[in-house]
Design a protein around this ligand. Structure first.
Ligand SMILES: NC(=O)c1ccc[n+]([C@@H]2O[C@H](COP(=O)([O-])OP(=O)(O)OC[C@H]3O[C@@H](n4cnc5c(N)ncnc54)[C@H](OP(=O)(O)O)[C@@H]3O)[C@@H](O)[C@H]2O)c1
Length: 344
């Protein structure tokens, strides 16, 4: 399979190349970048020098599938002609995640570049939408925070077990903000420091709300989502807090076991979503495509606590994008993605 990567020079693009370079059915044939066009990939990223490729300004030769790792808006502009030409595209940006062009404009402060294509895009949360992904030609790869939150909450929402006022408290490593320089991600601002940001509303909130609502027609989610920045490179730890609908458990003493059974059954066949028996840590997912989920019923309050951990650049971006590519092209979704986390 001939693969094109648009914008290899960001973190998501480089991570795509790292993982795809070990994929048994994929060959990266074109890579693009803006400021680094004309340079050898190994000059920009020495860890990728084994690919022996030059960064092109534009996608050239025909390819079987394209990944876009551009920022939003630039991404839609680059991929719309490809989508219209019928080329399968996985978009890692946020451009095709929200189904409402009005909501996109409200959160991204710009009109949507191709509102007519919003209906054609498939939200690529692999474990939940496998059959849709297989038949799609435009995948809106989920955001990193939404992946951790939605996978954590999906089983109890589908079963109608929780009230809509969910609290999603998430902590991200700094690579989630990308490779571009900013004061917020400057070493001396982040090191030995933890802070909440986007307290007025993060752009992933409408995505999370939209996708939680899809899980159950009777559910009108009202999530409170609060992200934090943590002094680490990769990883997202998400703690979700919810109240059970009154009377859903005949015997409240059995709630903890029933919830655990529900999660284990729901993700039973999944290679990359693991229900774990101790609270997960981000390091347990470093560099691999796993999302670890720990559901529990807090014994004093009877509330539901679900903690998930993932690597924002893998399951939260490039890894899930490759899982989706595999499905679109008729391959098993785990191909090229199996690997053990680097620990400690
Ligand atoms: N980082 C994550 O954990 C993560 C997770 C999920 C999704 N994503 C999404 O993945 C995409 C890339 O994110 P990233 O974190 O990899 O970003 P990044 O590391 O900040 O890279 C962004 C790259 O885009 C290039 N760029 C910026 N504006 C451009 C434009 N208008 N046209 C062409 N190139 C442009 C920049 O290169 P030059 O300025 O050098 O040309 C830079 O290399 C974003 O849409 C992001 O939302 C990221």
């Amino acid at each position: 399979l001939k693969i094109g990567i648009i914008n290899i020079t960001g973190y998501a693009g480089a991570e795509l190349a790292r993982i795809l370079s070990r994929h048994p059915e994929a060959q990266i044939t074109t890579i693009t970048g803006r400021s680094e066009a004309g340079k050898k990939l190994g000059q920009v990223f020495p860890h990728l020098s084994h690919l022996d490729m030059t960064i092109a300004p534009e996608l050239g030769d025909s390819v079987d599938v394209v990944f876009s790792a551009l920022p939003q808006v630039a991404s839609a502009e680059a991929i719309v002609p490809l989508v219209r030409a019928g080329i399968p595209v996985v978009d890692i940006s946020a451009d095709f995640r929200l189904k409402s062009a009005e909501e996109y404009q409200q959160w991204y402060q710009t009109p949507h570049p191709a509102p007519d294509l919003l209906e054609n895009s498939t939200y690529g949360l692999t474990e939940l939408y496998r059959s849709n992904i297989k038949h799609s030609r435009l995948i809106a790869n989920p955001g990193c925070y939404p992946t951790g939150a939605i996978l954590a909450l999906a089983p109890v929402i589908k079963e109608g077990l929780i009230e809509p006022d969910i609290v999603i408290d998430a902590k991200s490593g700094v690579s989630g903000a990308g490779r571009g320089l900013s004061l917020t991600t400057h070493f001396s601002e982040v090191n030995e420091n933890v802070f909440a940001y986007a307290v007025e509303g993060h752009r992933h909130l409408p995505e999370i709300t939209q996708e939680l609502a899809r899980l159950n027609v009777d559910f009108r989610p009202s999530p409170l989502f609060q992200p934090h920045l943590i002094p680490m490179t990769r990883g997202i730890l998400t703690s979700c807090y919810a109240t059970f609908v009154s009377g859903v458990f005949k015997d409240p003493k059995m709630a903890a076991k029933q919830v655990r059974d529900l999660y284990e059954t729901f993700y039973n066949k999944e290679r990359f979503v693991k229900v774990v028996s101790i609270p997960p840590q981000t390091k347990q997912t470093w560099g691999n495509n796993h999302c670890l989920i720990y559901p529990m019923v807090e014994p004093r309050t009877g509330r539901l606590v679900i903690i998930s951990a993932l690597d924002n650049l893998v399951k939260g971006a490039a890894g899930q994008a490759i899982q989706n590519m595999n499905l679109m092209l008729g391959l098993p979704d785990h191909l090229g993605l199996e690997g053990v986390a680097i620990y400690p």
